[in-house]
Design a protein around this ligand. Structure first.
Ligand code: KIV
Ligand code: ZN
Length: 516
């Protein structure tokens, strides 16, 4: 088991658990495995793969990740309840010695009084009992006192001591509501190191939320005070304002090693690719000015800066784009590129498509290359993502066979849609407030399920007027809320396909008796 050496920081990635919890970021199992593979290439120490009791989907994804991913430890989350711990243990077991059970229970007064209605002694007992029970399944058990930063310090120290005695090898100190500030958080970690006699027997992790925009700063303060494990997510995605962003934290440690004196085992050249993959698969757009991975992070606009950079890069650049994997030589493919070059590019980008998906993706690529002069990595990423998005293996999914819209300044927008489902071909037409509305209404008429569009976003995949538009949406079908994405140079087609992915997802989960 990897333990914290004095100056080595353990990177615990929770993109697939806390990150996936953020609204609109839901991922299917294939997408989760794809991200887990990339996290393994990034060389994180621990992947928190999900919350197995939360849904059958979560359980299956954690189990599949535990069975397939080599390298990092695989953790699953559980409340301090036997049924949660048992389900979690079953899901992480395929990881063998690399399995971890992460149990959590709130300790702050506000959570004790209002959420749990339990006193301090009851919480302490439940926490230690759960850690002991988890240890019967797995050697590697982590405990998190939820809302630690709003917990009485002396009581928090008592809980930390007790769970270490009960067998927790890692104790995580979460700033669950992103309330703390660096000076205070550093002091809290320092206090625990002073007042918990057995603290040397465990690794102290920290888990900071970004409600005040301080997640990375708080994490750095905790590291300076002795914490050696960091819980973070790619692009900082997560509940509400998100979690500590892995790329920001790692590059801060890397760039300011002179001051911070700490290292990680992260392959920093994989950071950019990880960011793009997570952004594409979750549909969560990375803001242009986001540190490290935003489109402007290495762009110099001001003339004085450009002049300085040309004379000597370090005048205005504290990191090299190459350090995070931007090599500036993105391979461009065109319609004369063969199947082999296309497949090779996909593999280099980390995608593993099934042979029939590869055939379909290649046909789409040729089609796209016919419409567009240059096909960039981001175009290929969008095509590969679409293949996985539309993977409703074994389920008779609807497929878009034909779409015709008529629209204009003085026409009532009308759509004709033909869908294929197995051998059945069904066609219908409807009018709407615009071409997208007309298309989605027609799909509703054909499938018989009425969706309510909650969120709709469109983004150009690359630069240029001929760029593919990537549509992400969240749709409610009664109580079921699902997300779908699709890309095309025709944005009405992308909208219809994304919507159809939502319809298929909800019908499949209803057919399997699952709730998404
Ligand atoms: O923010 C939090 O407290 C959590 C715990 C489950 C670790 O995510
Ligand atoms: Zn959290």
């Amino acid at each position: 088991m990897k333990t914290a050496k004095q100056n080595r920081v353990i990177i615990f990635d929770t993109t697939l658990r806390d990150g996936e919890q953020c609204p609109g970021a839901s991922l299917n199992q294939r997408e989760k495995i794809e991200i887990a593979q990339q996290l393994a290439r990034l060389n994180v120490d621990v992947i928190e793969a999900g919350f197995p009791i939360a849904s059958p989907d979560d359980f299956c994804s954690v189990k599949a990740i535990a069975a397939t991913i080599k390298g990092p430890r695989i953790a699953g989350l559980a409340r301090c309840l036997n049924k949660d711990i048992e389900r979690c243990a079953e899901a992480v077991t395929p990881a063998g010695k690399r399995a971890r059970i992460h149990v959590f229970l709130a300790t702050s007064k506000i959570h004790r009084d209002f959420k749990l209605r339990k006193d301090k002694a009851e919480i302490l007992k439940q926490a230690t009992t759960a850690v002991r029970y988890a240890r019967t399944f797995c050697e590697d058990v982590e405990f998190s006192p939820e809302d630690a930063t709003r917990t009485e310090r002396d009581y928090l120290a008592e809980v930390v001591r007790a769970v270490i005695d009960a067998g927790a090898a890692t104790v995580n100190i979460p700033d669950t509501v992103g309330y703390t500030v660096p000076m205070e958080f550093g002091a809290l970690i320092g206090y625990l190191f002073e007042h918990v006699p057995n603290i040397g027997k465990a690794v102290i992790n920290v888990h900071c939320h970004n409600d005040l925009g301080l997640a990375v700063a708080n994490t750095l303060a905790a590291l300076a005070a002795g914490a050696r494990g960091v819980e973070c997510t790619i692009n900082g995605i997560g509940e509400r304002a998100g979690n500590c962003a892995i790329e920001e934290l790692v590059m801060a440690l890397h760039t300011r090693h002179d001051i911070l004196g700490l290292t990680t085992d992260i392959h920093t050249q994989e950071l950019y690719r990880s960011s793009r993959l997570v952004s594409r698969l979750t549909g969560m757009v990375v803001q242009r000015n986001k540190a490290i991975v935003g489109a402007n992070a290495f762009a110099h606009e001001a003339g004085i800066h450009q002049d300085g950079i040309l004379k000597e890069r370090s005048t205005y650049e504290i990191m090299r784009p190459q350090d995070i994997g931007i090599d500036g030589s993105e391979l461009v493919l065109g319609k004369h590129s063969g199947r082999h070059a296309f497949a090779d590019r996909l593999t280099k980008m980390g995608f593993t498509l099934k042979p029939e998906e590869l055939d379909h993706a290649y046909r789409r690529f040729i089609d796209l290359a016919d419409k567009k002069k240059n096909v960039y990595d981001d175009d290929i990423l969008a095509i590969a993502r679409d293949e996985m998005e539309g993977d409703f293996a074994g389920f008779g999914a609807y497929q878009l066979d034909y779409l015709h819209v008529s629209t204009g300044t003085s026409t009532i927008p009308t759509a004709t849609v033909r869908l294929r489902k197995g051998k059945d071909v069904i066609q219908d037409a409807a009018c709407g407030d615009g071409p997208v509305d007309a298309s989605l209404k027609t799909i509703d008429r054909i499938t018989g399920v009425q969706g309510k569009l909650l969120e709709y976003a469109i983004q150009a995949v690359t630069i240029g007027k001929d760029a593919q538009g990537e549509v992400s949406m969240r749709v409610a079908f009664g109580d079921d809320v699902v997300s779908g994405k699709a890309a095309s140079t025709d944005i009405v087609q992308a909208s219809a396909t994304a919507y159809l992915n939502c319809v298929n997802r909800v019908l499949m989960s209803r057919a399997l008796g699952k709730k998404k």
